[in-house]
Design a protein around this ligand. Structure first.
Ligand code: ATP
Length: 289
């Protein structure tokens, strides 16, 4: 069993500033963190920490950020991140935190957009029927659809996390086996009942799932919330990994494992450092009910 995550990788730079700058002004600020990010990379890292061999098919730029990310990801056990450099800067999100508690985010997506279907197809050469291909909502509708079609031709299971959400993603349903989405995305996209597996997360209110004709509900695990960033990525990766490791479809135990893992992520600020590590995930995934 191998997981192919086709998506984005980025550098998240967080700055604190007093207030948003006026047009044409120059202001001081403090860079408070620089962390790897991007939903594709986040999910790939968690899959690999669940000890499932994972390939992240994502592009960086041809700059020092790209080299840094490449070194960092390939130092993680069970994770392979081929060098797919594009002639641009590595995708970056600049998060501006102003004193009044507001966030303003500037995101570049040049590297992700430049990754061609041809390169993605080459990276999927070794994929075997029954492997899992996971995508998020960062590519164009056409590219997302073409990748799912390619996956279907190879007999892969397709999983979709439609975030960032766009209304036109509803045209992708015939190509999707498993969809994992939050309640706002579910309201917009209304996944049809014919989909084999629909997992709808509802933050602290728990998770609903319809999987192969059966309905499930799993309450969230109570936790001291510090920062919910990455909770959704943790939930998705651990739920699918739990089912795959046991060789079955997503079930109640998969949701329970995922809820426990997500409850760990939300107790710390940040993403990769906040995600449960491989040892914690190993023992968590051995737990029954
Ligand atoms: P994010 O975008 O913040 O990563 P999301 O919007 O994709 O998350 P959510 O439904 O907010 O997804 O959260 C995913 C899962 O994380 C939930 O199903 C739940 O298990 C857990 N979770 C999120 N918020 C809380 C909370 N306040 N308390 C306990 N668990 C939570």
């Amino acid at each position: 069993m191998h997981i192919f995550v086709v998506g984005n990788i980025a550098v998240d730079e967080t700055w604190t500033i007093d207030d948003l700058p006026e047009k044409g002004s120059s202001i001081f600020g403090n860079k408070t963190s620089q962390q790897p990010g991007g939903k594709g990379a986040n999910q790939a890292v968690i899959f690999s920490r669940c000890k499932i061999p994972t390939t992240l098919i994502a592009a960086t730029g041809n700059d020092h950020y790209g080299e840094w990310l490449h070194r960092l990801l390939n130092s993680q056990p069970d994770l392979y991140f081929p060098l797919l450099q594009q002639p641009c800067h590595t995708d970056t999100s600049i998060i501006l935190n102003s004193q009044d508690g507001d966030n303003t985010i500037i995101t570049a997506t040049d590297a992700a957009s430049a990754l061609t279907l041809e390169v993605i197809s080459q990276q999927l050469t070794l994929a075997k029927p029954g492997d899992l291909l996971v995508q998020q909502g960062n590519f164009s509708l056409e590219k997302t659809a073409a990748i799912f079609r390619l996956a279907r031709e190879k007999g892969l299971i397709t999983a979709f996390n439609p975030s960032p959400v766009r209304r036109e993603f509803t045209t992708l349903w015939p190509l999707v086996d498993i969809v994992v989405l939050n309640h706002l995305e579910a309201e917009l996209l209304q996944p049809p009942a014919e989909l084999p597996c629909v997992i709808t997360t509802q933050g602290a209110a728990g998770t609903q799932m319809t999987s192969f004709g059966r309905d499930y509900f799993c309450p969230a695990v109570m936790a001291q919330v510090v920062d919910t960033t990455g909770a959704g990525d943790t939930f998705l990766a651990v739920a699918l990994a739990s089912a795959l490791r046991r060789g079955g479809n997503p079930d109640l135990l998969a949701l329970q494992h995922a809820s426990r893992a997500a409850a760990i992520t939300i107790t710390e600020r940040g993403t990769w450092n906040a995600f449960p590590n491989a040892d914690v995930l190993q023992s968590l995934l051995m737990q029954n009910a």
